[in-house]
Design a protein. Structure first.
Lengths: 692, 597
């Protein structure tokens, strides 16, 4: 039986999870920038897989994200409507730092010299006010070519309502340059907001050549090693793209890593929801999970309800470059193992968002870091120890952590122990607050959710964060250090299309809506067909953007248009809208007319997911008394039992305080919590204090 | 016992909790508000105050112009009811509404919704939010009226009133208010968002109460303020002692033909760990709408101070470290009821901020900047005669961004909303054109609009637009038409603002910075050039390669490079290049010129 392989390439490590039948393999190797494809091949070798045996290879890559952050994308030109040359640089005129006059925004992705004004104009209804001046397009193209531009973004005002001018301009540019990298805004996004649409198109153009070049290199090196399977990449919307599609909409690859992490949590939640026998059904709903991916510099948080991660219509990877594609709603906060503890001028401590990153890293890594980090606090407290080394052969140096945390303690006038506990407490509180914002703010009660925590540092914080939020259950997935790679295996092919459609709900003709929905569905279907998804493996989700008449934003409501009968539309949609609005915003006036704003279609092409069946049972089960280690907690020093993750027998509960270690992560089970391995391979932690 | 000594961790956690409650409140406002002004322009703010009104915390992306006044709103409300004890007129669940500029408001369009937080039977704190309604009634769409000679000409004045009392919503009051404003359905949508937001914040605050208890929360709130005060005092203590005199000029009093400029003056004294901001030499109260009540002056001064000392959390503590001194008689920055005030955001705010910046740039030049652009309030409205829009009434409001000033050691500065309004955003052209019969021709940087300097100011922005259907009524309450944002240390000022109607037609007219009720014909183009920021340091010392880059990118023209920077750009090779020899000559010539002065 062939293998399905997920490989997630980050800046530091390349992670792999492979699945065949009920067998799983994992690997973690160093990334190999700039030739990331070598790391991919190395990971496959490290997992002892034959490339020829791989059916599907699903790849998460940071090349697009890196190109933006490191400013290594391609020189790009932007064609704009006459009078709007600076739409990209004016942004929304907000600031990254509200007050600080020394703050500067990152430079725009396209320099002003390469932003060209084209005489043309549509009005809001898509009617031509000024015809396209094709000579303007030719002249701009010529300058761009002379300047060595490889990639062209085209965004005209109101092109979402009528894309004729953009389409024609693209034809001209393509004919003159022969470049594949010509991107029109309307082909990506059929919604108003000129800055956001322009920025999204510019990101596409800026990362396009880089993404294409990398994917070609990867494909070539795999094929030359006898790879005969299908190759996919993951996107920020929690879906897969084939290489061809990825090259057409490369901005979709930006922040695909965090999305893949959330997809893993989604997959885990479905497994849990399917009824693992050790789970107590009274302890919070299992398909309702919050995922917490806590790595070195940041924590990614996502909400998954009824087995599905929430989506947003826009995300930002760098100030000034919003990307308007449906994306898994991942909230990123600057809190991770490398977050630095500092004291402000008035002596009050804070942790993060500044991070020691991978280099110099926490003081304990002995790579030159001297400031106290969260990892150092864990070392001081005894939750991390040189006895149980970290991934990548990192050795922990206790004395360096003691020095760093000691200096921090002196700065804020606390004892060493209080300071170390304080660093962990502030970090936990920051993460708990972020979780509260993404749940409570949206009318969700965190107590109804389970916490799925992973990443190198997730297991160290999960139980205490859960306690903070009164969540009763924590799940640490199979291989917490490679969860994004696992997520790659839980992802389907997904394409999105949307169209602005503004009309009073009362007068909306259902037939008209269905016509539009069919157009969008056809468009998405075409993409799925191009990706080799057969019709029987496709499904579609339709949603409407709805708001009160006169309102600017509103809510997106999933709705099955095809199931609706003609005149019933307003009668059926209205109460659904009111209920959703009430849930999100706590009040929903009934005396204001409701308006439709847009129609969205999301198409799925299903792939083979890993089975729900048990993974390979642990090879050896130790019956010996566990060894112990002294750990400092808020209530004093305790003796924590030490367990090797692989040696935990499914279904046997161990009581906290305990430490469960494995090469890629450590899980802290505090007093008042217990933990057990599951048949599915995941680790379950439950609060015992609150059970009564 | 200070919490930050006994438990600094908990102190941080609670501080963050206060900010996050305000953030949640603002996020809800943005999402559910009806007007483009609030939902996309984000002209709205939220705060938490002590029961006496002292500001504790505000949303991290909120507008400083509002925030400094929130404490005055609550103190003013308490005084209005003649009671220092809020329980005498408030019960749990009550919600108040107000907008009176003389009871701690800003311009009357900024409507405040305030809710007391009760712990047991006592008010423990207040939750406040502000939202700028597109219109609050009065003579012209959008309400900004330079012809007003008293606050009574500036729309509906709402003193503190119960919006909800003893569980009942005061529908009569709501109908009274909505009857007085244009686009009342939009206003109602915004009001409901404001009510939803304070209720949400109240719920969050009660959650905190349940978790931490009354005493701890009250102590933490009080200490949050003391903490900012201590930080601010430390900062002042590290500055040299002394007194600095500064001045900033409003174009003039719109009620007086050919008016002289109207000065705002500050004598800033740093002595030990305290500062004194003495505005008593400012011009007397004006006849026209360029005045501001004292709350606005303080709010602007705090915002500017905070811009320079960004690390000090903004709350009442900053003002406790500063002693404000004002003239006994009403002045342009301490107007008294019912003097007209609706232009304050374009006049008092920027000029008070300028005075503070001008003082601080002398005291600590390494963290200051040259003059930033101010703001203009521009509104127009009418009937939407486009097919399918059912002759709906509309009102548009622009508040116009511009450049910030050059900074020591930096190459230039950028363009943004003005310094006391940084939480706001521009409203997308595509949404504007959907919601009103208007077409924008141009919205881009204006070359050479930035103040030249070793460090160049940010670019100014030109907007050109026309009404596509029907006539509209235009008003503008702006400033900076005579004096562009100031340069410093040899840096030059930026060009002033300019506003022109129907250029090149028979109707052509230089509108100037103030106009009221002007009839605008369909398809006649309006053009507003908002200034860039002032330059910092001698432009003749600006690196020639930086000037060349600016020319290539069109931020500076070839002529501008020659005139302002003494850099000769040749285009002979078909590309822009610096003619080094001619540039040396030109710069020597200009340096000789400047020595003669």
């Amino acid at each position: 039986m062939g293998w399905r392989v997920g490989i997630d390439t980050g800046g530091t490590f390349t992670d792999l999870v492979a699945n065949s039948g009920t067998e799983f393999r994992t690997a973690k190797v160093k990334s190999t920038p700039p030739s990331y494809e070598l790391g991919v091949l190395a990971a496959i070798r490290a997992a002892d897989l034959r490339i020829a045996d791989i059916d599907d290879l699903v790849h998460g890559t940071t090349v697009a994200t890196n190109a933006i952050i490191m400013k290594t994308g391609s020189p790009t030109a932007l064609l704009t409507t006459k009078g709007f040359r600076d739409v990209l640089e004016l942004r929304r005129h907000n600031r990254g730092e509200m007050y600080d006059i020394l703050w500067d925004p990152p430079p725009p992705l396209v320099r002003r010299r390469h932003r060209f004004e084209i005489a043309e104009r549509m009005n809001y209804a898509g009617q031509v006010l000024t015809p396209l001046d094709e000579d303007d397009v030719r002249a701009a193209t010529q300058i761009a070519v002379e300047d060595g531009i490889e990639s062209v973004a085209i965004c005209f005002l109101h092109s979402y309502a009528n894309s004729a001018h953009e389409d024609r301009a693209a034809e001209i540019v393509t004919a003159l340059t022969g470049s594949k990298h010509v991107y029109t805004s309307a082909s990506l996004l059929r919604e108003p907001y000129e800055f956001e649409r322009t920025a999204s198109t510019a990101v596409n153009a800026y990362v396009g050549p880089v993404v294409e070049e990398y994917l070609e290199r990867l494909n070539d090196s795999l094929r030359s090693n006898e790879f005969r399977g299908r190759l996919f990449v993951t996107h920020s919307g929690g879906g897969l793209l084939t290489l061809d599609t990825a090259v057409r909409m490369p901005a979709r690859l930006v922040t695909s890593g965090p999305a893949a992490g959330a997809m893993a949590a989604e997959g885990v939640s479905r497994i849990l929801g399917s009824g693992d026998q050790q789970l107590d059904p009274t302890e919070g709903s299992l398909e309702e999970v919050i995922s917490l991916d806590c790595g070195g510099t940041s924590a990614d948080i996502a909400v998954i309800r009824q087995g599905k991660a929430r989506l947003v219509n826009e995300f930002v990877v760098e100030f000034g470059s919003p990307i308007r594609f449906p994306a898994v709603d991942v909230t990123v906060i600057g809190a991770g193992g490398g977050s630095i503890a500092a004291v402000d001028a008035g002596g009050v401590p804070s942790v993060g968002p500044r991070s020691a990153g991978a280099v110099p890293g926490p003081a304990a890594y002995g790579r030159g870091g001297t400031e106290a980090t969260v990892t150092d606090a864990h070392v001081v407290l005894g939750r991390l120890s040189p006895e149980t080394p970290l991934a990548g052969d990192t050795e922990l140096d206790v004395s360096r952590s003691l020095d760093a945390v000691g200096r921090f303690a002196a700065d804020c006038g606390l004892s060493l122990e209080r300071a170390a506990l304080g660093i962990v407490d502030i970090t936990n509180a920051n993460m708990a607050r972020a979780i509260r914002l993404v749940t409570v703010e949206r009318g969700l009660d965190p107590r109804q959710f389970s916490l799925v925590a992973f990443g190198g540092a997730g297991g160290l914080h999960a139980a205490e964060i859960a306690e903070n939020l009164e969540m009763k259950q924590v799940v640490i997935p199979l291989a917490p250090g490679v969860t994004s790679a696992l997520g790659c295996l839980y992802v389907d092919v997904i394409h999105d299309a949307s169209q602005a459609f503004v009309k009073d709900l009362k007068v909306v003709d259902a037939a008209e809506l269905r016509l539009l929905e069919r157009e969008l569905t056809d468009q998405v279907s075409t993409y799925l067909a191009l990706d080799g998804i057969s019709p029987d493996r496709r499904s579609f989700e339709v949603s409407l953007d709805l708001r009160y008449l006169g309102q600017v934003r509103g809510v997106t409501l999933p709705i099955d248009l095809r199931a609706l009968e003609g005149d019933d539309l307003p009668t059926i949609v209205r109460p659904l809208f009111l209920r959703e609005y009430e849930t999100q915003f706590f009040y929903a006036p009934t005396d204001v007319p409701i308006e439709v704003a847009a129609v969205r279609v999301r198409g799925y092409g299903y792939v083979d997911r890993p089975p729900l069946a048990p993974h390979s049972p642990p090879a050896t089960v130790s019956a010996d008394e566990p060894s112990t280690r002294a750990v400092l907690t808020a209530s004093g020093q305790v003796s924590a039992a030490l367990y090797l993750r692989g040696a935990l027998q499914a279904g046997n509960w161990v009581a906290g305080p305990a430490i469960v270690y494995q090469t890629d992560s450590t899980t802290w089970v505090p007093t008042g919590w217990r933990c057990a391995a599951q048949d599915s391979g995941h680790l379950l932690l439950q609060s015992t204090d609150m059970r009564s | 016992m200070r919490l930050r000594d006994t438990d600094p961790i908990l102190f941080r956690v609670l501080n963050n909790a206060f900010v996050s409650i305000a953030d949640e409140m603002t996020a809800l406002l943005h999402h559910v508000a009806f007007s483009l002004v609030v939902s996309e322009g984000r002209d709205a703010s939220s705060s938490i105050s002590l029961s006496n009104g002292d500001l504790v915390a505000h949303g991290s992306q909120d507008i400083s112009a509002h925030l400094g006044t929130h404490s005055y709103s609550i103190k003013g409300m308490l005084a209005w009811f003649g009671s220092a004890s809020p329980e005498s007129f408030l019960s749990p669940g009550d919600i108040m509404i107000m907008n009176d500029a003389y009871i701690g408001g800003t311009h009357n369009q900024d409507v405040r919704v305030i809710m007391p937080i009760f712990f047991d039977n006592q008010v423990a704190a207040f939750i406040t939010n502000s939202a700028h309604w597109p219109d609050i009634g009065g003579h012209v769409p959008g309400t900004f009226d330079p012809n007003a000679r008293s606050s009574h000409g500036e729309g509906l004045i709402i003193p503190p009133c119960h919006l909800v009392k003893d569980g009942l919503t005061n529908d009569e009051l709501i109908r009274l208010v909505l009857r007085n404003v244009r686009v009342s359905e939009t206003a109602y949508g915004d009001l409901r968002a404001q009510i939803g937001a304070v209720r949400l914040a109240e719920r969050r605050f009660q959650d905190l109460h349940a978790l931490y208890g009354r005493d701890l929360l009250l102590a933490a709130m009080a200490e949050t303020i003391e903490y900012s005060e201590a930080l601010m005092k430390d900062t002042f203590a590290n500055l040299p002692d002394g007194t600095w005199y500064t001045e900033s000029l409003c174009d003039g009093d719109p009620a007086i033909p050919d008016s002289e400029p109207v000065p705002v003056r500050l004598k800033m004294t740093i002595r030990g760990d305290r500062a004194e901001y003495d505005f008593s030499e400012s011009a007397p109260q004006a006849k026209g709408a360029i005045n501001g009540p004292v709350a606005c002056c303080v709010s602007a001064a705090l915002a500017a101070t905070k811009c320079v000392f960004a690390e000090v959390p903004m709350n009442e503590g900053i003002s406790r470290a500063i002693e404000f001194v004002f003239a006994e008689k009403p002045s342009v920055v301490t107007a008294e009821y019912p003097a007209p005030i609706s232009g304050m955001a374009a006049t008092v705010y920027p000029h008070v901020a300028n005075c503070v910046f001008k003082a601080l740039i002398q005291i600590c030049p390494d963290r200051a900047m040259a003059g930033p652009n101010g703001m203009s309030n521009m509104t127009w409205g009418g009937i939407d005669e486009r097919p399918g829009f059912q002759d709906r009434e509309y009102v548009c409001y622009l508040w116009l961004e511009g450049g910030w000033g050059g900074r020591p050691g930096r190459r230039d500065n950028h363009t943004s909303m003005t310094v006391f309004s940084t939480g706001t955003r521009n409203q997308p052209v595509e949404l504007h054109e959907r919601t009103a019969p208007v077409v924008f021709d141009c919205y881009r940087y204006e070359p050479d609009s930035a103040g030249p300097g070793f460090s160049r100011g940010g670019l100014g922005v030109t907007r050109r637009w026309y009404v596509s259907h029907g006539e509209a009524t235009l008003s503008c309450l702006g400033d900076g038409g005579r004096f562009g944002p100031w340069g410093f240390g040899g840096g030059k000022s930026a060009r002033p603002n300019r506003f022109v109607y129907a250029e090149g037609t028979d109707d052509e007219r230089d509108i100037g910075m103030t106009v009221t009720g002007m009839e605008v014909k369909a398809e006649r183009v309006l053009e507003y050039r908002q200034a860039g920021g002032g330059g910092f340091g001698d432009p003749l010392e600006r690196d020639t390669s930086w000037v060349l880059e600016d020319v290539i990118d069109g931020y500076v023209t070839v002529d501008g490079a020659f005139t302002d920077y003494g850099v000769v750009i040749s285009t002979e090779s078909g590309e822009f290049a610096v003619d080094e020899q001619e540039t040396r000559k030109r710069r020597r010539h200009l340096q000789g010129d400047s020595k003669q002065y």
